[in-house]
Structures are given as C-alpha cells and as structure tokens.
Design a protein around this ligand. Structure first.
Ligand code: GLV
Ligand code: GLV
Length: 309
C-alpha cells in the first residue's frame, strides 16, 4: 500500500480508483493551498503527490519527501515543478494534456471577444442604470471578424485550437513559434494571444520592447502564464493607450494584491485562472492525474509524462 497526498479537493470521483487499488489517500482539507511548511509535513511519508500549479515543487520540498515516487500535476503546465530536481531523485512527473485544450481555447476566445467588444464596461453601464438609450456612438469596439491575430506558441495544442477558432472568425492567423521574429509579428497583429509555456527563456517575453513594437491599439490576451508578461510594462502600455485592452486569465502572482498598479490600469479584464474550469475538463484532468499516480506507484512509465524540453 502506498500513501498519496492530494493538495486540494478536485472535481469528480477519480480518487476512488486510488483507494480501490488499496492506496491510502489524504486530501488537503483547505480551500487554500497548503503553506509550504504544511506541504513539507504532508509529503514526509508520501509515495505519490497530486499537486496543483500552486505547489512549488523544488529541491528543498523534494528533500522533505524521501519516499516520493510520482508527482501528478493537475495541469498541462509544469513550471511549478523543478524537473532537474525530480529527475535527480528519480521521481516521475505527470501532467494532464489534451483534455483542457478546447476549454482553454474557448476561454481565450471569450476573453478576446469580451475585450474587443467591451463587454464588462457595457454590462456595468446597464446594471448601474447608466444606460439610457441605444447609443449610435456608444460602446464602439474593435472588429474581431477579419482582424489579424498573432498566436505565440502556435505549434502547441492550445495555440492550435485558438488558431482554429480564429479561422472560424475569418481572422488572419500569424503564427509565432520559437525562433520566429516576435516583434515583426506584433507589429502587424490586431490581437496577440499567448500560449507558450513559461520557461526562463519566455519569462517577460512581452516586455517594454515587445509592447513598443506592438501595433498601436492592439489587444493582448493571456491565458498561458502570468510570467510571460512584464506586468509593469503592460500597465504602462494600457495607461498610455498604446494597447486598446488586455484580457488576462493568468497573472504573476495569483491573485494580484488588490493594490497592484496593474489592477488600476484602464481597459483591463482579469479572470481568476479559469481556462480549464469546465466540469468536463476538470473531471478528465482528475482521471489523467490518477492514471499517472497509479502507474507511478506501480513503478510503471506514466501514461502522460511531463515532456522533456
Ligand atoms: C493550467 O494553467 C494548466 O497548466 O493546466
Ligand atoms: C441594431 O440593433 C440594429 O438593428 O442595427
């Protein structure tokens, strides 16, 4: 029998397959993640760990988990896991790809459309009783149909799914992959959507220089990772009106402190990291995470391992 620590209650009933296989499962009872010290205690005798992107799994944490064989990260991303440290300790790392691709691409388009057509502002005007009549010059937004969109990380699953949606809107897709000229793409795109993993190379990919190169009046959408964007630079670009709007599902940190200057910037939509938050996607992610745990605990190769970069 093995012991599995689950860092937060998850959707669906997948964990029952662990207990049915004879494993002991402990689910962290809080709605907030375990504090790093609490996590360290919780993994002290764990053979398996089901982690969220909120758990920072670095060498110090792994040193506190001498029995740990497998980490099932409940996400497609794994920038929270130090893969060099897990490899050095022979710990397998799994992720949950594919099943959240369409949910995340749908949310990307929801954000893109909401920012382009100013939905949050328009809704507030109605709810607050400020809207009085059909306004021929009111609420003018950006056209999505026929516009151009730079998709950063276009070869990835989610980038590809966003490209398919964009083509459905008759948009011109400008794919940006590793090695391509990002600034040249930014200069001609009406929309920019980020889908590249966060690595040391992509941290602050969208910085002052990138925003200076961006087509004036463009709209930035980020459903990838907050760290892809230099948020001080983004706040400046929004305040100066160089960007028409930004729509973010991810920030750095999450959540932003309420007094973060970015939150006071104009034309900003921020969501609480809900890209994969459909019943279907989150339950499918749970099944994959459990498949990874069952394999890892049985010393078998994981069905959905974190890719090596
Ligand atoms: C969510 O951000 C994920 O990586 O699955
Ligand atoms: C708008 O509602 C229109 O009919 O043009």
């Amino acid at each position: 029998m093995s012991r599995v620590f689950v860092a937060r209650a998850i959707a669906g009933n997948a964990l029952q397959r662990l207990t049915a296989a004879g494993h002991e499962v402990e689910v962290w009872p809080g709605n907030l993640p375990p504090h790093p010290i609490e996590l360290r205690d919780a993994v002290a005798d764990a053979d398996g760990l089901l982690s969220m992107l909120t758990e920072r799994l670095d060498a110090a944490l792994l040193d506190a988990a001498p029995q740990l064989k497998v980490i099932a990260n409940y996400a497609v991303g794994f920038d929270n896991v130090d893969l060099a440290a897990t490899a050095a300790r022979g710990i397998a790392v799994g992720v949950t790809p594919d099943v959240l691709t369409d949910a995340t691409a749908d949310l990307t388009f929801a954000l893109l459309l909401a920012a382009a057509r100013r939905l949050p502002e328009a809704q507030q005007a109605v709810i607050q009783g400020r809207w009085r009549t059909f306004e021929p010059r009111g609420w003018l937004g950006a056209s999505v149909h026929g516009a151009s969109i730079a998709i950063v990380g276009a070869r990835g699953r989610i980038g590809g799914a966003v490209a398919r949606r964009a083509r459905g809107f008759d948009m011109e897709v400008i794919p940006v992959n590793r090695g391509d000229d990002l600034h040249a793409a930014l200069a001609r795109a009406d929309f920019v959507s980020l889908h590249t993993p966060l690595t040391p190379r992509t941290r602050h990919l969208i910085d002052d220089d990138a925003l200076a190169a961006t087509k004036p009046g463009a709209i930035l959408v980020n459903t990838g990772r907050g760290g892809l964007v230099d948020q001080d630079a983004l706040a400046r670009a929004l305040r100066e009106g160089r960007l028409r709007a930004a729509a973010l599902d991810v920030t750095d940190p999450e959540p932003l402190p309420p007094d973060d200057p970015l939150l006071a910037a104009p034309n900003l939509i921020v969501l609480p990291h809900i890209g994969s938050a459909t019943h279907q996607a989150r339950e499918a992610m749970a099944e994959m995470a459990v498949d990874n745990l069952l394999a890892g605990l049985a010393d078998e190769p994981l069905p959905y391992p974190a890719p090596q970069r």
